[in-house]
Design a protein around this ligand. Structure first.
Ligand SMILES: *Cc1c(COP(=O)(O)O)cnc(C)c1O
Length: 391
């Protein structure tokens, strides 16, 4: 029987018997791998999880990381790539040919959209966007050119959830492959494969690495989808650093405890935010009262620390009063590290199939592992600055 996920996080992706008793896989930096004979050199083909062959195909660090993530995702295999965006793009690129169309959820990570619109079109592949709220009605969007349906749920700016099982069922019925960017929930919060997803994408830069010190992407799949992923990844010449793979594996050991704490602290921050008169809405599906909470409860087993608050429309000067001079919340892109972050966002220019019509300024918060009392005090001071500044 498959062990509990916490046990797997502790024991997957390392092999002390292979590695002379070392608890962790030693970092194996390599370009050339040398062989003791011509026969062994001839034998050694680039096996995804097999013998070491050449540095670009990875050493034990990469193979261990890929095997661990595939296990967590319930997929046959995984491919590590140099960034989360590379993972999003590989998932799409590996499945399409000239003439195909990709149907993409309108709340998709913005750089993924940019790649599809600006570059995929040059390869003869078109991208069309659909309302993430569609559910089974996505069937009406699928044409005989549609090859892939690509989802992100929840989106990392607007926190809209999609009915992933319904969309995947409709896609499969029409002969399409499905992919999902599962960065927000990770494999621990959302079992994508069990909900019908063929290709699971992770910006491991976020929670898997978990310490804001490495870039990494992973894509999991089985069968033909996995073969295509591996083939195209090899064709693109992507290579990931063994040091970064070691960091990702180190991050993985504490993923469950970190995510639980991030979620707990985020919910506590939500309780406080709810009492602030300026907060029009809190966007965090794990919060009872969130408009997607019922769907979240149906499909998810865990959350994380990323949420947003909708404030009245703020001018740039007011926004600056709010986010400048924070003591603990730092201003910056990305999230998923141990530290708290704040970022004003604007979903309006990032959509095409639908419009974002909830008026106000959207502020994204990443709730880190600091004591939640201190985080609330920092937010309290920010709201005080904003109130004192006036309109
Ligand atoms: C950050 C992010 C990515 C891209 O990851 P990078 O490692 O920054 O390239 C992709 N998808 C989502 C949802 C993200 O939040």
């Amino acid at each position: 029987m498959k062990k509990h996920v916490r046990t797997r996080l502790t024991h997957l992706g390392r092999d002390p018997v292979r590695d002379d008793g070392l608890v962790n896989t030693p970092v194996g930096r390599a370009s050339t791998v040398v062989f003791p004979s011509l026969a062994r050199l001839r034998e050694a083909t680039p096996q995804p999880q097999g013998a070491l062959h050449y540095g670009r195909f990875g050493t034990h660090n990469r193979h261990d990381l890929e095997a661990a993530v595939a296990d967590l995702d319930g997929a046959e295999g995984a491919v590590a790539v140099p960034s989360g965006l590379a993972a999003c793009v590989l998932a799409i690129l590996s499945q399409v040919s000239a003439g195909d169309e990709v149907l993409i959820s309108d709340n998709v990570y913005w750089p993924t959209r940019k790649t599809c619109d600006a570059w995929l079109s040059r390869m003869g592949v078109s991208a069309r966007y659909f309302d993430p709220a569609l559910g089974a009605a996505v069937a009406d969007e699928i044409t005989d050119r549609t090859r892939l349906v690509y989802l992100e749920s929840p989106g990392s700016v607007t926190f809209e959830l999609s009915d992933v099982p319904a969309i995947c069922a409709a896609a499969h019925a029409a002969g399409c492959v499905t992919a999902l960017d599962n960065t927000w929930a990770t494999a621990l919060g959302f079992d994508a494969v069990a909900h019908g997803v063929d290709i699971v994408v992770h910006a491991a830069t976020k929670y898997l690495v978990g310490h804001s010190d490495a870039m990494m992407g992973l894509v999991s799949a089985s069968g033909e989808c996995l073969e295509r992923l591996r083939m195209v990844n090899m064709a693109l010449g992507h290579s990931v650093s063994p040091d970064d793979c070691a960091l990702a594996l180190r991050g993985m050991r504490t993923l469950a405890v970190r995510l639980e704490q991030h979620t707990r602290s985020a919910l506590a921050v939500c309780d406080w935010l709810e009492q602030q008169p300026e907060v029009r809405e809190i966007l965090f599906p794990p919060r009872p009262g969130d408009r997607y909470h019922a769907l979240w409860t149906r499909d998810f087993t865990g959350g994380c620390g990323l949420l947003a608050m909708l404030l009245p429309p703020l001018r740039e000067e007011q926004l600056a009063r709010l986010v400048d001079d924070m003591e603990l919340f730092a201003l910056g892109y990305s999230w998923g590290g141990y530290e708290s972050l704040i970022l004003p966002t604007d979903p309006r220019p990032l959509r095409s199939a639908t419009t974002w019509d909830r008026p106000g300024s959207l502020i994204r918060l990443h709730i880190g592992l600091e004591a939640v009392e201190d985080l609330i005090a920092d937010l309290d001071a920010a709201f005080t600055r904003l109130r004192e500044f006036g309109s």
